[in-house]
Design a protein around this ligand. Structure first.
Ligand code: ZN
Length: 141
């Protein structure tokens, strides 16, 4: 008799636990949903101006690239440099900003630019701390 009661009690306790866990999970989901909504809203407000990324904190310019000249678009949103003067992303600058032809170090150091993912993808390693570490043999035995 007592045993059955205990069993019943523990079952209802377990049920309560499951219930509260479920409602907690629901709450979390709701919060995440809210967060996602607010992100969407802020993006919508900012459109079409895309915020510039902060200037790169890490970069290593290979010696043979120091005198390399690259193209940049000077406006409110551009944060990349281009290897090709006819890069479609660079051409979008037309009428919206000023074209400049500068050296690669200047583009990064003075203008805080990253490599364009369309025409200068191969320069990813300049900003990739891990890639440079492997190249220079740091951390290897
Ligand atoms: Zn480009």
């Amino acid at each position: 008799m007592n045993f059955t009661l205990l069993k019943k009690l523990s079952r209802s306790l377990a049920f309560t636990l499951i219930l509260s866990a479920t409602s907690l999970a629901c709450q979390e989901n709701a919060e995440q949903q809210e967060e996602a909504d607010s992100i969407e809203n802020s993006t919508a407000d900012a459109t079409p101006v895309v915020n510039k990324r902060p200037a790169p904190k890490f970069f290593v310019i290979p010696e043979d690239m120091v005198k390399k000249r690259v193209w940049i678009c000077e406006n409110q949103t551009a944060d990349v440099f281009h290897l090709k003067h006819d890069c479609p992303v660079l051409i979008e600058c037309k009428g919206k900003g000023t074209f400049r032809n500068v050296t690669l170090p200047k583009a990064i150091e003075e203008y805080g630019r990253y490599n364009c993912q369309v025409c200068a993808k191969e320069l990813d390693s300049i900003f990739d701390e891990d890639a440079v570490r492997i190249e220079t043999g740091f951390g290897q035995q």
